[in-house]
Write a protein that binds this ligand. Structure first.
Ligand code: PLP
Length: 391
């Protein structure tokens, strides 16, 4: 018996465990310190009433012989796929329900999609970015190149024709930087992928935060994307489903490589290896997309974006360089006085009892930067910014 040796090449997931170890050590020395956490990317507002009503109704259905459901379609129930299709149609993106696959989280689908792609593809991952793209490709032994973000490109790396990548990850709005690609910028990536016969894996998990009407929510708003891109999206951040779990992945019927349709392979993969999302959860997700659910979840997004504004206003007043926070729940700031990410982490923890996420945890290009999240409580975010201002 031999193990998958590639797993030995994956870096330890130190980031959040190191953060909690440092907080623990600080609290031991300073018991009762009032620490404000602006580090974790989880939501804090509860499910909205339209969703909990639909969940309760679905539970009752499951308790009645006439409405009980057993094994469901692994790719999702028609009612939810149609609701997702209608949501895309509102933005002028036409999809067929069979191009939409319901999943239990964008993380699982992003990771599992690699099952149907050759391990001899070269991968391009933005730096800094959500660490799952890199780790899952190391686990499967692919060669990974980095597209470097920096202040000069506002942490939105653009294609370089001299770099030969087959799988291209894009995350917009980006975690951790909160930067959002424009139509023109995404068009350049679509052109690059089309020319190379490559595939874009587009992560739209934070699309609900895009407020600027000139910015795209979906890669499918870009002409040509249907034949070179897959899109992953989630109810996690748009409707607080991080503990409920539901997402969707769009694989267009035009996506074909070597004469094989990716949608067909993905369906085969999912029907074999994935159990599907529970009926009750899918009813809750469909309620997110109802007019009532849309109005209620929009209010939640507005609440978080208001926190983001509190953070942005403070950083601007203090002349701190940052991006994000306008069309994303993340604010990516430069550590002051040339400090590295962990030095700044310690300073904030010790002098202001504030916790954020060191940028170095999202890739080497994140060193010297720091991520603050807007997912907290309004009053606590204000208090946090008073402390930062004072510091
Ligand atoms: N994609 C990005 C960029 C994320 O930041 C996250 C979670 O934080 C996910 C995907 C995972 O989403 P889900 O909760 O749907 O698995």
């Amino acid at each position: 018996m031999k193990i998958n040796q590639n797993y030995l090449n994956v870096g330890e997931s130190y980031l959040f465990s190191t953060i909690s170890t440092r907080i623990g050590a600080y609290l031991e020395q300073n018991p009762g310190a009032d620490i404000i956490r602006m580090g974790i990317g989880d939501v804090t507002l509860p499910l909205c009433p339209a969703v909990t009503k639909a969940l309760h109704a679905a539970v009752d259905e499951m308790g009645e012989k006439t409405t009980f459901r057993g094994y469901g379609p692994e790719q999702g129930y028609g009612f939810l796929k149609e609701a997702v299709r209608d949501r895309y149609a509102q933005r002028g993106v036409e999809l067929a329900p069979d191009e939409i696959f319901i999943g239990d989280g964008a993380k699982s689908d992003i990771a599992n999609f690699l099952d149907i792609l050759g391990t001899d593809n070269t991968v391009m991952v933005p730096d800094p970015v959500y660490p799952v793209y890199l780790d899952t490709n190391i686990m499967s032994g692919r060669k990974v190149l980095f597209a470097k973000g920096s202040e000069s490109n506002s942490f939105l790396p653009m294609p370089d024709a001299s770099i030969e990548a087959d799988l291209i990850y894009l995350c917009s709005p980006n975690n951790p930087t909160g930067s959002v690609y424009s139509h023109d910028q995404l068009k350049a990536w679509v052109d690059y992928a089309t020319k190379r016969g490559g595939l874009i894996l587009f992560d739209a998990a934070y699309e609900c935060f895009v407020q600027d009407p000139s910015l795209p929510h979906s890669i499918f708003e870009i002409p040509g994307a249907r034949s070179c891109a897959v899109e992953f999206c989630s109810f996690s951040k748009s409707a607080g489903f991080t503990g409920t779990r539901c997402s969707y992945t769009v694989v267009s019927d035009e996506l074909e490589f070597g004469g094989v349709k990716l949608a067909k392979l993905w369906l085969r993969r999912q029907t074999t290896k994935f159990n599907g999302v529970p009926y009750i959860v899918q009813r809750g997700a469909a309620a997110v997309l109802s007019p009532e659910g849309q109005a209620q979840t929009k209010e939640q997004v507005a609440y978080y974006l208001n926190n983001a504004k509190t953070i942005r206003d403070t950083l601007r007043a203090k002349n701190v360089w940052f991006v994000g926070g306008e069309n994303a729940p993340y604010i990516w700031m430069k550590c002051p006085d040339g400090m590295d990410s962990w030095q700044y982490f310690d300073l904030l923890l010790q002098k202001a009892n504030l916790v954020g996420t060191p940028g170095a945890g999202f890739g080497p290009a994140g060193e010297g930067y720091f991520r603050l999240t807007a997912f907290g409580d309004k009053d606590r975010t204000r208090e946090a910014m008073h402390r930062l201002e004072k510091l």
